[in-house]
Design a binder for this molecule. Structure first.
Ligand SMILES: *Cc1c(COP(=O)(O)O)cnc(C)c1O
Length: 371
């Protein structure tokens, strides 16, 4: 699904010397690379504060802890997402309130958000799924009207943008009170292990989050909050510093590959290609098709014979997962999410796809579909 070796080869000299430098200076934790990366990412995102942490799941958890969300508080999020989003809500004793998604964009549906709001609702967590921004203008309006926090899960959309009606363009993760992202190797900005970050323009919240990531300390050995230990190590920061310079070019390479796929599959009634909504510049963390009347498992097995992976993101909606089963929800409650879980399939998507590979993949998909 990804070609991390191919991507590494192109920046090998730079990465190797940065990593060696960390080893030689032995500043493994909180070394200067971490501060450098933090600054570079603040500039790139045009945000006041970036707080690096250990992974994207921690990033979401730290954001919710720092915002002071308490057991019983309701947090609205998308039912069609990676489990981490709802996992941290559960872990903190908050109540996840799931809502359905838009059939075309796979992102949380603002109308369904509004219907799910109660007197206990404290936050909305939109996920910019597969690299495309959620409908942030509508979501921010709802949040303002009901006085709710917006915590953006931007793990799949680092570098993606959203355009407001007045023409303002903002990066995903910088529109809500806080954005949380992941630098897992396969993400659009990935390190060589685990990593994550939280971003905000709010000075007070930034201060609290900096304290929460470090055992709730502001002054050494004085603990003002219950915190966690969640750090981005210096080697990962050194690598991310190099890769951040290439992020726009990486995202453009993904878009080029996506355009190839979409052109090859256009006018095929059995395949619905991704809808790129006009306010967002999709950065294709995943390239995901919706199949119509196709034996999905058959297609997966057929592609597998030719070494083409085609996984399902995501096969089971959160409300039908054993760990998140809840008497409030039953099968059929989220028709769009359930339909998508039964009919989506993702194709290889990364920065190193060349024309020959794309031609091979699309011809094999069409061979099976048109059979
Ligand atoms: C990857 C991902 C996360 C979690 O990130 P980790 O770094 O793996 O903990 C959270 N949310 C979404 C939508 C993701 O894709």
């Amino acid at each position: 699904m990804v070609d991390l070796q191919g991507q590494y080869k192109k920046i090998k000299n730079e990465v190797d010397s940065a990593v060696l430098n960390v080893m030689e200076t032995a500043a493994f934790v909180n070394g200067p690379e971490v501060a450098n990366f933090q600054k570079s990412l603040e500039t790139y995102l045009d945000i006041k504060h970036v707080i690096p942490c250990a992974n994207g799941t921690d990033a979401l958890q730290i954001a919710m802890m720092a915002l002071g969300l308490k057991p019983g508080d309701e947090v609205i999020t998308s039912n069609f997402t990676f489990v981490a989003t709802v996992e941290v809500i559960g872990l903190l004793g908050l109540t996840p309130v799931l809502v359905d998604v838009n059939l075309d964009t796979f992102n949380i549906d603002p109308k369904s958000i509004e219907k799910a709001i109660t007197s206990k609702t404290k936050a909305i967590v939109p996920v910019h799924l597969f690299g495309q921004s959620a409908e942030m203008e509508e979501i921010m309006e709802i949040a303002k009207k009901h006085n709710l926090f917006v915590i953006e899960d931007t793990a799949q959309a680092t570098g993606a943008e959203y355009k407001f009606k007045d023409g303002t363009v903002k990066k995903c993760g910088t529109m809500g009170i806080v954005g949380a992202t992941s630098f897992f190797p396969s993400k659009n900005l990935g390190c060589f292990g685990d990593g994550g970050a939280i971003f905000t323009n709010d000075d007070e919240l930034a201060k609290t989050m900096r304290s929460v990531v470090n055992h709730g300390m502001t002054v050494r050995y004085y603990h003002d909050h219950v915190g966690v230990n969640s750090r981005l190590d210096s080697m990962q920061a050194a690598i991310l510093n190099i890769k951040l310079k290439h992020l726009d070019e990486y995202n453009q390479a993904r878009r080029t590959a996506a355009n190839y796929y979409t052109k090859a599959f256009s006018n095929n009634s059995k395949i619905k290609t991704p809808t790129v909504f006009d306010k967002s510049n999709h950065i294709f963390h995943q390239y995901t098709l919706v199949l119509n009347n196709v034996d999905r498992e058959g297609l997966q097995n057929f592609l597998q014979e030719f070494g083409i992976p085609a996984p399902i993101y995501y096969p089971v909606p959160l409300h039908l997962q054993k760990a998140y089963a809840d008497p409030r929800y039953k099968k059929g409650d989220f028709p769009v999410t359930e339909h998508l879980c039964n009919s989506v399939i993702s194709l290889p998507m990364h920065t190193e796809l060349d024309q020959e590979q794309l031609q091979f993949i699309t011809s094999k998909v069409l061979e099976f579909i048109n059979k």
